[in-house]
Design a protein around this ligand. Structure first.
Ligand code: PYC
Length: 309
């Protein structure tokens, strides 16, 4: 047996979407901001990303959150989010999972806590009942009513918006949003992603379909395709931020008004916003639950210690 490198992680889920917080044993990313550290992580430690979230230790749906030293000392921690395909700038469900994990570790108590992400500082309120409200970085719509041609589907129209990640948001379609149709929804949104990337918006890495919700009290249900072709089990915090930026730009959601977004599995995030010049500051609220405290072992002679390529 080879000598194992040990990594401590705490797993949680937020509305069904898992987050694996790497608490210790991560790579040295040097000095600087979390954005600087993300560059080092991408260039030199992509194998670490794979080892944490892909098979055989993880799965396509797992999102990783690597704790790191923040440059902004008003922050409780810095964090780099990543998934089965890449590292991502910000993650709403992941921030709710991270705050819940820090509380579980005894590092924080209910109240407001700042977190430095690769795309800016977010602030999160841990409520007494365990819910977490994340005040995100500014969100805005970049383009309205973008028309793209998609093989097998024809012309699709949607909005391109930023909510911490780049989204293409589609309201007009005739697809059924439920778990029985997940394979079809995945195939279709994957095709849409290729099309929007080659037809003017190469930055878009998440695709969202919306439909009216069948649940009492929810304004809408969504299906969110993530960069690595997994779908988000949660309503997607950065996606909800992008959605509210579009609703605000169209005059369909007033400042402070609550939007209840349901995910494809039925979990709900609440969102509201404050207007700013050119966009909004979104706040999203949800609840995470701890599912595991683990020590991951990376044995030197394990041919799959960095995941299955
Ligand atoms: O909640 O922002 C989010 C998110 C992004 C990818 C998966 N979840």
């Amino acid at each position: 047996m080879g000598k194992a490198h040990i990594i401590e992680v705490i797993d949680s889920h937020t509305g069904g979407e898992p987050t694996r917080v790497v608490v210790s044993g991560g790579p040295d990313l040097g000095e600087g901001s979390v954005a600087d550290k993300l560059r080092v992580f991408r260039e030199k430690h992509d194998h670490f990303r794979r080892a944490m979230v892909t098979e055989p230790r993880g799965s396509d749906v797992l999102v990783g959150a690597l704790l790191c030293e923040p440059l902004d000392k008003s922050c409780e921690t810095g964090v780099i989010f990543f998934d089965n395909a890449t590292s991502i700038g910000m993650c709403g469900h992941g921030t709710i999972g991270l705050i819940t994990t820090l509380a579980h570790m005894g590092r924080i108590k209910p109240g407001e806590h700042r977190v430095e992400t690769a795309v800016g500082v977010v602030s999160a309120v841990l409520h007494e009942d365990g819910r977490v409200s994340v005040k995100n970085i500014p969100a805005y719509r970049k383009a309205k009513n973008v028309k793209i041609e998609v093989d097998h589907l024809g012309c699709i129209s949607g909005d391109v918006a930023w909510g911490g990640n780049w989204f293409f948001l589609i309201d007009a379609h005739d697809l059924t949003l439920d778990l029985a149709h997940v394979d079809k929804l995945t195939d279709v949104t994957w095709e849409i992603r290729q099309a929007i990337n080659t037809q003017g918006f190469p930055e878009v890495d998440h695709i969202i379909l919306f439909s009216p919700s069948r649940s009492v009290g929810a304004h809408s249900q969504n299906f969110v395709l993530c960069p690595g072709k997994a779908y988000d089990r949660s309503p997607c915090g950065t996606g909800l931020s992008a959605k509210m930026a579009c609703l605000a730009a169209d005059g369909l959601l007033a400042p402070g008004q609550v939007w209840r977004q349901e995910s494809i599995i039925g979990s709900i995030f609440e969102g509201s916003y404050e207007p700013i010049e050119g966009g909004i500051i979104p706040t999203i609220t949800g609840k995470a639950f701890i599912t595991a405290e683990s020590r991951l072992l990376l044995e030197k002679d394990d041919p799959y210690q960095w995941g299955i390529l």
